[in-house]
Write a protein of this length. Sequence first.
Length: 288
Amino acid sequence: MLFADHPEPNALHQTQTLFAKHSTKRYLEMFSLFPNLPYELRHEIWRHFIPAPRVVKTRYDVTTGRILPGSAPPILLHVCKESRKFLLSAQRGFSMLFGTPPSPAAVCINVKTDAVQIDYYALKYNDIKDAELEAIIHLEIYGATLCNEVSTNIIRQLKRFQSLDTLSLVATSSQTSEEFIDLVQDHPPGVLVGLIGKLEASKIRLLSLYLRIEIQLPQYDNWKKPLINEIFTRPDGSRLTEEGEFDPYWSLAASGSYTGYDFAKQTMQRCLEDMRRRRAQAAENSCQ
């Protein structure tokens, strides 16, 4: 443990000087005087450990019906009580989500800047609180259930997300995604119908096409429609989009095909990154 909530009785004697025999090693292992630092200085230290925008992965436990973390949690959650309280304060934007009675929420998310990756099966069959879904801005969905679902049913689940800016459909297959992307670029959409059933990536690509078409129907005019994007997974776990390598800092590479404007896809991606950067900066400024 790096910092202690309370100094040990002999800590002051042991750390009076960095040059005292047998004290330096103990000093480096635990800086027990940290709680004596000014409140403002401690918070400035915590601020340096606030995570950058992330892709927060989750996993669904079918046996318990719980949504559990699939990514390492922010370190501030576990340093001490003060660091945890600092991270989960309203000014930082982080919160614990997806709790199900009697189990507490276990997934730490900043809904303003993080992209949340959820198994579609969990969305369909888990009783997630609507208030938690309404706050999410960037969503990734994946899973075998997603690939076999019709677009109408998916939109029914997505309408629970009232603040959604971006939606990424993730192909987690270990099959080569680059080959499929080359195939898509060389053939019209109608040819894709004959490819369904072989590659998960092909299913995701066609599903994305259907979703983009269907959300234009009049019954969805009152719903805030997200930008739709596809993310493909390589065998080594790295990810890419149609625009190129996936950017881990900004989570999503927005597809410009939905917008209806004659913008390059790279321009749309930069717009999304700038938007998320401004939100993160605004959140940082509000707590200073």
